[in-house]
Design a protein around this ligand. Structure first.
Ligand code: NAD
Ligand code: UD1
Length: 346
């Protein structure tokens, strides 16, 4: 049974996944408060979200390492639950400036937990954005939640450290309700085309790169390796529509606060589709959705890449009653709509 309307704080809520989740939560009847320092997002997101939903959003500018401001925000807005998206997420950059990653991601989470404990009403419902990167090189497929963890870069290690901190906290104080969501590869955009993923500089990830080639911003895609042990030799990943991912957060909040059976403790779920697509399949699907050609050439493998990665989604389906609904066509079409809007304002 779903909980009543809650006041939910989204740290990093103006970013890619947070903004889509804000829409889904608001439309499900919750009150959404966004807390972000805008280091990787647009302060105008509140206006865009209002344009999509017809409702105003409260957007607070702040850093998650500012414990006092967080505590004040939690108290003033009677926050019931927090979804913690805020963090730095570029794998390559994390190897160059690891301390910034640990400070922002790990210290930021500790600051948030301290603020939640210090707030007079002590909200103890937390959903955390983790990543499939914590599984490292897969030992078997599909990857379920009991697969061993072994991060291969500082970004992934920040996620693992945070997961350990949350596990310790839930053991020390059983009244916490924590969902740790391990996302596979989020792609796509809101159907309005008004919000989506808009990385600064050259995109690191496949989908935004392909979209920028299709729109003519970039010349061609480098396909990183075609000699993997996969059906067509290119890397296989579990791409999940960001709207499905957003709905996964709604399901997690409902699960933790279920009116019949509240779920205390720490609960870890994969959020993926359970289906893998290769780089070449993604290129073809994007060409079909956009009507544009996506020139590419085969480049050497990217260091640190794995051949295949896709999720077992059985646990999320059983416990959360959630599963991804949108297909690859929808992922590509929505991403293309957003790309065109971003480029032309159309
Ligand atoms: P994003 O960069 O679009 O959003 C993160 C938001 O957090 C941004 O708006 C940024 O300004 C904000 N932020 C960063 N540091 C902050 C701080 N110290 N204080 C306040 N705000 C801060 O990223 P996203 O793709 O929306 O990812 C959200 C979360 O999901 C991240 O924790 C990321 O590691 C995780 N994740 C993302 C992916 C992915 O592919 N996008 C995959 C797995 C996990
Ligand atoms: C990357 C991160 C992972 C993070 C995820 C978020 C690395 C090593 N891993 O995963 O930690 O959680 O993003 O979505 O960075 N590809 C190309 N050409 C490109 C870009 C990508 O061929 O220009 C290929 C890659 O080799 C891979 C696939 O496309 O096979 C997907 O790549 P990407 O979108 O970067 O995601 P991951 O590598 O799965």
């Amino acid at each position: 049974m779903s909980p009543a309307s809650l006041n939910i704080l989204l740290t990093g809520g103006s970013g890619y996944i947070g903004s889509h989740t804000a829409v889904v939560l608001q439309q499900a009847g919750h009150r959404v408060f966004i807390y972000d320092n805008f280091c990787n997002s647009d302060p105008a997101v509140g206006h865009t979200l209002q344009a999509i939903t017809g409702h105003p959003f409260t957007v607070i500018e702040g850093d998650v390492r500012d414990t006092a401001l967080l505590q004040q925000t939690l108290g003033e807005n009677a926050i019931d639950a927090v979804i913690h998206f805020a963090g730095l997420k570029a794998v390559g950059e994390s190897a160059i400036i690891p301390i910034d990653y640990y400070a922002n991601n790990v210290q930021g989470t500790i600051s948030l937990l301290q603020a939640m404990q210090a707030a007079s009403h002590q909200p103890k419902t937390l959903v955390f954005s983790s990543s499939a990167t914590v599984y490292g090189d897969p030992q078997y497929l599909p990857i379920d939640e009991s697969h061993p963890t072994a991060a291969t870069n500082p970004y992934g290690r920040t996620k693992l450290h945070i997961e350990e901190i949350l596990t310790d906290l839930s053991k020390a104080d059983a009244s916490w309700r924590i969902a740790c969501l391990r996302y596979f590869n989020p792609v796509g955009a809101h159907p309005s085309g008004l919000i989506g993923e808009n990385p600064n500089g050259l995109p690191n990830n496949l989908m935004p790169f392909v979209a920028q080639v299709a729109v003519g911003k970039l010349k061609e895609l480098n396909v990183f390796g075609n000699d993997y042990e996969t059906p067509d030799g290119t890397g296989v990943r579990d791409y999940i529509h960001v709207m499905d991912l957003a709905e996964g957060h709604l399901a997690a909040v409902s699960y933790l606060n279920d009116a019949v059976q509240a779920h205390q403790g720490m609960h870890t779920f994969n959020l993926g589709t359970g289906r893998g697509y290769s780089v070449m399949e993604m290129v073809q699907a994007f060409e079909a959705a956009s009507g544009k050609s996506v020139p590419f050439h085969i480049a050497p493998r990217r260091a640190g890449d794995i051949a295949s990665c896709y999720a077992s989604t059985a646990l999320a389906t059983r416990e959360l009653g959630w599963s991804a609904k949108r297909d690859l066509k929808d992922m590509c079409e929505s991403s293309w709509r957003f790309q065109q809007h971003t480029n032309t304002g159309a």
